[in-house]
Every structure is written in C-alpha cells, then in structure tokens.
Design a protein around this ligand. Structure first.
Ligand code: 4AD
Ligand code: MG
Length: 450
C-alpha cells in the first residue's frame, strides 16, 4: 500500500492477493461480451485485467465501464485474484469504479503509424508498451551507472552547463547571450570541470546533459544527450580502459538482472548481451587501419560532384566513420577499444604518446551489433607547456583556458577519464532502432517540439 494514498501499484499486486485494493491508471485496452467487461488498466508499473461482472456492480457502474475509451483515466476497486492466464499473473475482480476523465479519441492506435507521426506525438507515444519498456531500461541504466561509481569510491561532482568555452571543438557549439559578459555556450562535455574536481577529490564523475549543435542526421545523434564522465587522478590510459570495461559489464549485468520483462517486451535477443563478460578486445588505431587495408574496407569520401568515392587502402590519419566501425566490429561479440588515435583528429586536451607524437593516448569503445561509439576518453595532457602549445594550435582563446592551465601549474598529475553516452548505451541494450526512442523528449536538428 502506498504511504500516501490507499491504492496499490500493479507491480505490487503479488503482495495483495485476496485483498480489496484500488488501482489507478489509464485504459490500455478493453474487451467485452454480455455481462462481462474486461478493462485492461495500465498504471506505469504494469498492466492488469480488471474484470467487471454485471452482477457485482451497479447498473450505472456497468454502463460506465462500457463507456471507457482508450486512455481514459480511472480507478478500479476490487479483489486481487491470482490467475495464471492473466497478463502479469493477477486480475482484479471489480466491485466499484471511479472515472477521472473519458479520453478523447486517442491518436495512437494499435495499427501501424509512421515515424514522423509518432515523434510528433512523443508526449503520448511514451505510453506505448515499447516506449514504456525502453524508458524503464533507461532508468535502470542510469541507476546502474550511479551505483557503480558510488560503490567504487567516486564522488558525484556536477559540472556547469553554461560555459565560456568549447571543449569538443568549436563547430558544434550552441551559443546564448550571457548578460554583459558576451556569449556563453551550452556545455558539450563536463570534462574540463571534472578535471578540476578530480584534482580536489581524486575520483569523481559528472552525469548530466551535453549539447552538440551536430549537423549529423543519423540514428545515433541527438543535439541534447546525457553523458556520464568519470575523471580520475593518477589513472593512465590502460586504467581508463579497464574502468570503462568494468562499468560496461556492470551495466549489462544489471539490466539482465533487473529488466528481463522489458527486454522481453522489446524482443531483445539477450544471448547477445550475455556474452558481455569482460576482457574486451583492444586494437590500436594503427592496427585497425592495417586490418581495414587487409579487408579492403575503404575510406568513403565525396568527389567534386558530391558522389560517393572509395579511397583504397584506408589512409592512416583519417577518422573512422560508420562504415569502418561496423566492419571492424563484425568480428567481435563484445565491445572493443580502439586507442592511440592520430593527434590531428582528436581534441586539444589529449596527451600525446611520449613514444610517438603522431598519436594521442585516446580511446573509443565501440559496441557490437552496430551500436557504434559508446564511449570516448583519454589520458589528459598534464604538462603545462605542451598543453599551452595545443591550445594555441587549436586556435582557442587562451584567456578562457587560464583556469584549466592552472591545473597543470599547481600539483599536476597524470589523469584520465572518459564519457559514456547514455542514449547510445540504452539504444544498444534495448536494440532500439533510433536514438530518439531512448530519451523522453529527443532534441534533433529538425525537432524541438514536443
Ligand atoms: O567522444 P565524445 O565527444 O567525448 C567527450 O565529450 C569527452 N570530453 C568525454 C570525456 O573524456 N570526459 O563523447 C562521449 C560519448 C560518445 O562516445 C557518445 O556515446 C556520446 O558521448 N555522444 C553522443 N550521443 C548522442 N548524440 C551525440 N550527438 C553525441 N555525441 C557524443
Ligand atoms: Mg568521440
């Protein structure tokens, strides 16, 4: 029984067998014949068949039951009956009903709807069984992430979302006026502040929204997404990859343990997830490029007429795209790390490999089953002069990075961190077709409503 009101949630029905209870919710579906009405009620925690028998309720209540339309809001009072046939294992033998509102004709019906129709009705689409299941997995992934870090000595240190400077390149910044101080930008990543926090608390994580004015119109890009970013003093790149692997294994195990019904609703092949056990393969960028050459996977470019053109063999120094990532991942059924990327394609703050200045100590973790990049991270440049040189090389305003350089002036230490995209991870675990299904209200280039 809820502490606040005298009703129970469908997920708790097992504790109330043979008791009189009240369920509150919305009509998911309805069947009826003669003296019986079967009202399928959903309350956010599950669905329950409420059986209204004409002999058990007043004439008026029976008529009310018949009048309920899809998504009408109501309460049903009655006895909880264990029933093997019923979805969820219990039914309600109804003795009374209370209607809150008879719903207008509901736009989303069991028939197929187009993608754009559904996304326009996102505020209602969230109630559909698949979307509902994905949202519950999302909440579980978030909890798994928090538990993992909280239980491993990390402190949650939130980074600001309004920032004076770029973190991940200047081409994807959202700009906003900031009083008399000129322009501010929506944060692309909490990392730079997490570094300051790590120097104060040792091991920290930030977990919040990140913004990218991405022109990429793909199934994997949002303009507003959530990212968890751990940052650790005295960690090198090897430690960083190990932590990313441990986190990933923990999340997958947690979901397999706590989200079985949701994964079933989503028809997710969980044998694929069960293979995620640790010991992820690791390839250097250079090894990956050699593999691409051997397997004749080209670089795709546009020629002067805008036509796709293949470049063979894949040239060292170019960043990987979907084609290369998916080809490499065909070989693996666990996530894979690619590390030591060309300096030119990566961010200014990454530490160059002391043995080979052409590469930085960066890593990406790619997911199997075409999941794409789930994690991006690196060891950070901890030398004042080398970092200053990189800020200049990237044409970034030195004034804005003075505080960041301070971290290399007052007790600099080797340190590393990474960012895991929440929605990409949820997309992989749920098998959702598009990233827009993995966040309650997706923000994309052409969508800001609802
Ligand atoms: O690789 P990214 O850009 O790394 C960073 O932002 C680092 N500062 C993180 C760090 O080291 N603390 O982004 C990290 C992850 C990606 O691997 C991806 O999962 C996700 O964030 N991501 C996006 N997810 C959805 N839509 C987008 N536009 C995304 N851009 C990145
Ligand atoms: Mg990245």
């Amino acid at each position: 029984m809820s502490r606040y009101q005298s009703y129970v949630y469908i997920e708790d029905l097992g504790k109330h067998v043979d008791e009189e209870v009240t369920l509150n919710g919305w009509l998911y579906n309805k069947r009826g014949k003669g003296k019986l009405q079967f009202l399928i009620l959903r309350d956010g925690t599950g669905i329950c068949q409420c059986v209204v028998f004409k002999g058990n309720v007043s004439e008026e209540k029976f008529a009310e039951a018949k009048s309920l339309t899809q998504e009408s809001s109501f309460s049903a009072m009655g006895k909880v009956v264990a029933s093997e046939k019923a979805p969820g294992g219990y039914e309600l033998d109804v003795t009374d009903l209370k209607i809150y509102q008879i719903s207008d004709e509901y736009p989303i019906t069991p028939k197929e709807h187009g993608d754009s129709f559904l996304i326009e009705h996102r505020h209602l689409w969230l109630r559909s069984s698949r979307q509902h299941a994905i949202m519950r997995v999302r909440a579980a992934v978030q909890k798994a992430i928090r538990d993992f870090f909280d239980n491993n000595g990390f402190k949650l240190m939130d980074s600001p979302l309004l920032t004076p400077n770029a973190c991940e390149g200047t081409s994807t910044l959202f700009e906003t006026k900031y009083f008399d101080l000129g322009n501010a930008y929506l944060s692309q990543s909490g990392q730079l502040y997490a570094e300051a926090s790590a120097m104060a608390l040792g091991r920290v994580y930030t977990f919040g929204p990140a913004f990218r004015a991405e022109r990429s119109k793909t199934r994997k890009h949002l303009t507003e997404f959530w990212m968890v970013e751990p940052e650790m003093a005295f960690f090198d790149l090897e430690d960083d990859m190990q932590l990313a692997e441990d986190l990933t294994v923990y999340i997958v195990k947690y979901c397999l343990e706590h989200c079985k019904p949701e994964l079933e609703t989503l028809e997710r092949d969980i044998t694929k997830l069960e293979k995620v056990q640790g010991n992820f393969p690791r390839l250097s960028y250079t090894e990956a490029v050699e593999w691409l050459a051997e397997n004749k996977i080209p670089l795709m470019v546009k020629d002067e007429n805008g036509q796709d053109k293949e470049v063979h063999p894949f040239p060292w120094g170019e960043d990987f795209g979907t084609v290369q990532e998916e080809a490499i991942m065909e070989q693996f059924d666990q996530p894979c790390f690619i590390y030591d990327y060309p300096t030119e394609v990566k961010a200014f703050y990454m530490k160059r490999n002391p043995e080979n200045q052409k590469v930085v100590r960066a890593m990406d973790m790619l997911g199997p089953e075409k999941a794409g990049e789930l994690i991006g991270g690196s060891q950070r440049e901890d030398d004042f002069d080398l970092l200053e040189e990189r800020i200049k090389a990237h044409d970034l305003p030195m004034e804005d990075f003075k505080w960041y350089l301070d971290l290399r002036k007052y007790g600099s230490v080797p340190h590393s961190g990474f960012g895991m995209g929440l929605e990409r991870t949820v997309k992989w675990i749920t098998g959702a077709k598009h990233i827009r299904e993995t966040i309650p209200m997706p923000r994309m280039i052409h969508r800001i409503i609802p």
